[in-house]
Design a protein around this ligand. Structure first.
Ligand SMILES: Cc1cc2nc3c(=O)[nH]c(=O)nc-3n(C[C@H](O)[C@H](O)[C@H](O)COP(=O)(O)OP(=O)(O)OC[C@H]3O[C@@H](n4cnc5c(N)ncnc54)[C@H](O)[C@@H]3O)c2cc1C
Ligand code: FES
Length: 261
């Protein structure tokens, strides 16, 4: 993990309120594992000391990118930054996904909205291709379909308003796929907590392993403030673990869903 000031190479709108931002970071990029995140200090926000966490979307030998949605003050300032501007980043952070080994389980990826950002590197690095289930409220929330297809993944999309793919929640096509009860499958997911909860329940019902990226609100991002904890099984009981260091990716069987807010 390194803390560096990096230069923006590109920061372009994807769809609607989603942007792709690429930075040059040759010291960080080779260290990145799928599911890890960068903690970004948006330098033009002089009054804001808090960093913002973003999954690492793509990485090359000397660059990495994030795919972000503008939701508030920080991301709106970020969207106005240009190539040549600088950001402070701490990265790569967190415990990411286990890349499926060649000949291992077939991965089923499930992503809701910007959760897609955490999944692309996993798909790219996985020798085993599978299916990616993409969900969102509207057409504009469905990201990266073509990129997944281009690297050999089957894509199934669902939108709540029916403007793209099938109408409804992404868990509907996932459930139909699981009902085939094909052997040797593993679920990986990132998205809003209700979606992750539903995916965790499906993994239990179909007795499948699942790794879920739990994106809690974060402050320090490096394990000291305890702002980001979730309840995780431990021995006969449970304990709080930090999503920024022990996570954000957890085995769904370890998460104590009754206590998750
Ligand atoms: C590990 C991790 C990975 C993430 N990856 C991505 C990503 O790849 N792309 C992306 O667009 N966003 C991602 N997020 C969420 C992102 O960090 C927040 O959207 C961002 O910090 C909001 O900053 P802001 O100043 O614009 O919003 P603020 O003004 O701080 O808040 C505006 C709204 O956003 C909500 N918000 C703030 N932080 C979070 C959060 N952590 N999760 C959900 N909602 C939040 C607030 O509750 C509020 O409603 C990730 C979060 C975590 C913890
Ligand atoms: S954000 Fe501070 S401990 Fe996780």
């Amino acid at each position: 993990m390194l803390e560096l000031t990096v230069q923006i190479i590109a920061n372009e709108r994807d769809t609607d309120s989603y942007f792709r931002l690429v930075v040059r970071a040759p010291q960080i990029a080779p260290l990145i594992q799928p599911g890890q995140f960068a903690h970004v200090r948006i330098l033009p926000m002089k009054d804001a000391l808090l960093r913002r966490p973003f999954s690492i979307f793509q990485a090359t030998a000397d660059t990495f990118s994030i795919l972000y949605k503008t939701v508030g003050k920080g991301t709106e300032v970020l969207a106005r930054m240009r190539a040549g501007d600088e950001l402070s980043v701490i990265a790569p952070l967190g415990h990411g996904f286990t890349v499926p080994p060649a000949g291992g389980e077939t991965p089923l990826l499930v992503a809701g909205g910007y959760g897609m950002a955490a999944m692309f590197l996993l798909a790219q690095r996985s020798p085993q291709k599978g299916i990616v289930f993409v969900g969102g409220r509207r057409r504009v929330d469905i990201l990266c379909e073509r990129e997944f297809a281009a690297i050999g993944w089957e894509v199934r999309s669902a939108t709540e308003d029916g403007s793209h793919g099938e109408q409804g929640l992404v868990t509907a096509p996932l459930t139909r796929e699981l009902q085939k009860r094909l052997p040797g499958r593993k679920i990986f997911a990132c998205g809003p907590t209700p979606m992750l909860k539903a995916v965790g329940r499906l993994a239990d019902e179909f007795a499948l392993p699942a790794e879920l990226s739990m994106d809690e609100h974060m402050c320090c991002g490096v394990g000291t403030c305890l702002a980001c904890v979730i309840p995780v099984q431990s021995g006969a009981g449970w304990e709080y673990q930090r999503t920024c260091t022990e996570g954000p990716v957890f085995d769904s069987r370890q998460i104590v869903w009754e206590v998750v807010k």
